[in-house]
Design a protein. Structure first.
Length: 142
């Protein structure tokens, strides 16, 4: 009786694993990036871009792929503004770059692309202002 129950549990677990694998394989496709392809990089882990996180771009300007590091990581060639970032990104944070069609969107080529400025000394300014406010409130209390 116990052996029969154990075999049934093993069979149910194998069926469950097979079902989960089929669902995963249907919904997840690994992109086929080649060296030289242009990709957009996700800015979710970029904490040095100025402005409100809600309003910042979700993907940064297209970058060329320099090398592959296995199947799940890619080394890209970053611009000067992002040169302090590590150039290797997981494939899950990249998406292929598709250039806009000039016939469908005629004005897109005329508008220059703007890369958001990086925060250099913004934190120092905030601390300086907070320190001044603290000094002023302490003087008012005395």
């Amino acid at each position: 009786m116990l052996e029969k129950t154990r075999k049934h549990a093993i069979r149910c677990m194998e069926d469950s694993f097979a079902y989960a694998k089929d669902k995963w394989d249907k919904s997840h496709v690994t992109p086929d990036f080649k060296v030289g392809d242009l990709v957009l990089d996700s800015t979710t882990h970029f904490n040095n871009i100025k402005g409100c996180k809600k309003l910042k771009y979700s993907f940064s300007a297209p970058f060329a792929i320099k090398a592959h590091h296995g199947e799940s990581a890619v080394k890209v060639e970053l611009s000067k503004e992002l040169s302090n970032k590590h150039p290797t990104f997981p494939v899950s944070l990249l998406k292929p770059y598709k250039s806009s069609d000039a016939e469908i969107f005629p004005l897109r080529n005329k508008v220059p692309k703007v890369i958001p400025p990086l925060e250099s000394s913004g934190i120092k300014k905030i601390y300086k202002v907070l320190k001044e406010i603290k000094l002023r409130t302490n003087k008012l209390r005395e």
